[in-house]
Ligand binder design. Structure first.
Ligand SMILES: Cc1cc2nc3c(=O)[nH]c(=O)nc-3n(C[C@H](O)[C@H](O)[C@H](O)COP(=O)(O)OP(=O)(O)OC[C@H]3O[C@@H](n4cnc5c(N)ncnc54)[C@H](O)[C@@H]3O)c2cc1C
Ligand code: FES
Length: 281
């Protein structure tokens, strides 16, 4: 097997693909909460993805990728047997779950790539773990069977009510806590506005809330400064200080504004690539 070979590829939902990649060094050392940075080809951008699962035995890591732009579209064209140009990792700090006995994991969209290994770990350690996953509609709900096996209670929420409860993840958190559920912490991972909404709510309930920040990254080693954030009034780097932070301390306005900085260039690159692939009709 070649290093960084795609050993399995599976469509999970519209525009979301699961890849298993042969990367024995990374699979041997990685833990929940960590990520890799890959390049599709020699000219490729460095693109970060959470390690959603791994097999130390097979030497593989699993990532879930939402095809949204230039590099993820290029990646989606790769097939089983193709090899990525390079993959570095494991990067970032592993999740520290040691001080919690009862946790609510909240995943929005592709954010479930982060909470899945956390759920597995909590379940394996015999701790209480409830999971709430939210998506825009039924076609975007993923890993439902996997989460059923790795949680005590699983709550599904869709914006349009096409599966599970209609509404937003914040509605479910409110219902659970108002109904008497006690959690030592909430882990919320998903789009920035969703994480901010969860943090605003849990602040009212005084429940510690950890978020995983998907800031724009380049080197992943703390040198380029791209992924900087303000947390509790201090500058932090998501790649080396995080990616997990106390969500009640994050400056969300700044993080959301920084995430949009390259929107025009990203759109232009994507349009050019679509044209190259003949997908611009
Ligand atoms: C620690 C971390 C873990 C992540 N885990 C996952 C995951 O498991 N699955 C997944 O689908 N996505 C994940 N992402 C986001 C993923 O990196 C971006 O979707 C990807 O870089 C988009 O690249 P693109 O060229 O296809 O799209 P582009 O058109 O370049 O960008 C689309 C959007 O993706 C984000 N983005 C672009 N470049 C980067 C970059 N270098 N670093 C971070 N974000 C970027 C921006 O918000 C941008 O607006 C993660 C990001 C971080 C920082
Ligand atoms: S990605 Fe460069 S400092 Fe974090």
């Amino acid at each position: 097997m070649k290093d960084y070979e795609i050993v399995n590829k599976r469509d999970l939902a519209s525009n979301v693909v699961e890849y298993n990649i042969y990367a024995p060094y990374i699979s041997k050392h990685c833990l929940a909460g960590q990520f890799i940075i890959l390049r599709v080809d020699a000219e490729g951008e460095r693109v970060p993805f959470t390690i959603c699962d791994y097999s130390r035995e097979n030497g593989t890591v699993c990532i879930l990728v939402q095809t949204i732009g230039y590099s993820t579209l290029k990646l989606s064209k790769m097939q089983i047997g193709d090899a990525l140009h390079d993959v570095v990792g494991p990067l970032g700090n592993p999740t520290d779950l040691s001080k919690y006995e009862s946790v609510l994991l909240v995943g929005g969209g592709i954010g479930l790539a982060v909470i899945y290994p956390q759920a597995k770990q909590l379940k394996a350690e015999g701790k209480k773990v409830d999971v709430a996953i939210g998506a825009r509609n039924i076609s975007l709900l993923m890993y439902v069977d996997e989460f059923k096996q790795s949680s005590d209670n699983l709550y599904l929420i869709t914006d349009d009510g096409s599966n599970g409860k209609k509404g937003f993840v914040t509605d479910v958190i409110k219902e659970l806590v108002d109904g008497g559920k006690k959690y030592d912490a909430v882990f919320a991972v998903g789009p920035l506005p969703m994480m901010r909404a969860v943090c605003n709510l849990t602040k009212e309930y005084n429940i510690e809330t950890i978020v995983s920040m998907n800031s724009i990254m380049v080197d992943g080693t703390g040198m380029c400064g791209c992924c900087r954030l303000s947390v509790g009034g201090k500058t932090k780097y998501a790649c080396i200080d995080g990616p997990e932070f106390d969500g009640h301390q994050v400056d969300w306005d700044e993080a959301i504004a920084r995430g949009k900085v390259y929107k025009e260039e990203e759109q232009e690159h994507l349009c050019n690539l679509r044209r190259e692939y003949g997908e611009d009709k």
